[in-house]
Design a protein around this ligand. Structure first.
Ligand code: PBG
Length: 334
């Protein structure tokens, strides 16, 4: 039979390559791999046993002695790394616990480092978990942030974490000039090989709510909009990414992830540096809560949220789904 003109369709039949799981898998453009997922963990100096975090189902505040247990779980799941946050014994106006070598993060880093688990060990650098007022920097008498006085404190905290075994320090405070200050501090302290993952484009977001509960770091007055980026601004994020790259950041981050996929895509296009995205606590908690009501399928929705972040251009993703997602990904693909 000869083909007649009328039998040759003029439109594109896109469905031909969506017909079967095998074809869909073959032409898939983006893949998730446990190695690109990083698990945030909270180490609490005041605990002897793990304590569940109500707002982050499945997550715990860990005692220092439990840090290795959770790191082992992360390694067994094939994750790329862990990101450590600390809750100190006591807080003060200066956030001095952040740079205490006997603080929860350095102690946890030392014990995990001793295990040689093959994980990237990333330490968050910020003052908000350590200051009584809950802001990310030191304060002037009038309550305004003292940007430049904060820099040496951050640099000292980063040096302490590097000395304790962090591969990467990740400043999340959004003070201007902190990447340069931390780089100088690390280099001057004999830690020239420690990398900096800068939370370069960190927005003043409503989605940090559960974290502030978990890390006990909600500001006691005011908010963070004087230092974190305005939600409406995309170009301003590029200025921050450029500045942190110029100051010596080895990797850049956009945070939160889901509401800022355009910023992730723009960051990917702009810089050749490795790009991280942080799917924050409120993104996780929203999906978990909806799934608890039976309104979304958690596995499917969580993996969709993660593939979207990867498709936008993130090389790796910090996510509270890391352990679950790694387990889902290792099941036979559906
Ligand atoms: C600040 C910091 C925050 C998060 C990570 N680092 C909170 C904030 O800026 O208020 C939020 C992470 C999350 O919500 O999962 N050190």
């Amino acid at each position: 039979m000869t083909l007649t003109a009328s039998r040759v369709s003029s439109f594109r039949r896109g469905r031909r390559i969506r017909r079967s799981p095998a074809l869909r898998r073959l032409v898939r453009e983006t893949r998730l791999d446990p190695a690109m997922l990083v698990l945030p963990i909270f180490i609490d100096a005041r605990l002897d046993v793990p304590a569940p975090i109500a707002s982050l189902r499945g997550h715990m505040r860990w005692p220092v002695a439990g840090a290795v247990d959770v790191a082992r779980q992360a390694a067994a799941a094939g994750l790329g790394g862990v990101l450590l946050f600390g809750l100190p014994e006591a807080k003060d106006e200066q956030g001095s616990g952040a740079a205490d070598p006997r603080g929860p993060v350095p102690l946890a880093l030392r014990s995990i480092r001793a295990q040689d688990l093959g994980l990237a060990l990333i330490a968050d650098v910020c003052l908000c978990e350590y200051t009584a007022h809950g802001h990310c920097g030191l304060l002037l008498p009038d309550g305004a942030i003292d940007n430049d006085a904060t820099l040496p404190v951050l640099a000292e905290a980063a040096r302490v974490y590097a000395a304790a075994g962090a591969d990467v320090v990740a400043p999340s405070d959004m003070m201007d000039g902190r990447v340069e200050a931390i780089r100088r501090g690390l280099d001057g302290g004999g830690h020239g090989e420690t990398a900096i993952l800068s939370y370069a484009a960190k927005y003043a977001s409503a989605f940090y709510g559960p974290f502030r509960d978990a890390a006990d770091c909600a500001p006691q007055f005011g908010d963070r909009s004087g230092y974190q980026l305005d939600r409406a601004n995309g170009r301003e994020a590029l200025l921050e990414l450029d500045a942190d790259a110029a100051e010596g950041a080895d990797m850049l981050m956009v945070k939160p992830a889901g509401p800022y996929l355009d910023v992730i895509a723009a960051a990917r296009a702009r810089s050749a540096l490795p790009l991280a995205a942080y799917q924050v606590s409120g993104e996780y908690a929203s999906l978990v809560a909806a799934s608890e009501r039976g309104w979304v399928d958690l596995r499917s929705a969580a993996l969709e949220s993660l593939i979207g972040i990867a498709r936008a251009g993130a090389d790796f993703i910090i996510t509270y789904f890391a352990l679950e997602a790694a387990a889902w990904l290792s099941e036979k693909s559906r």
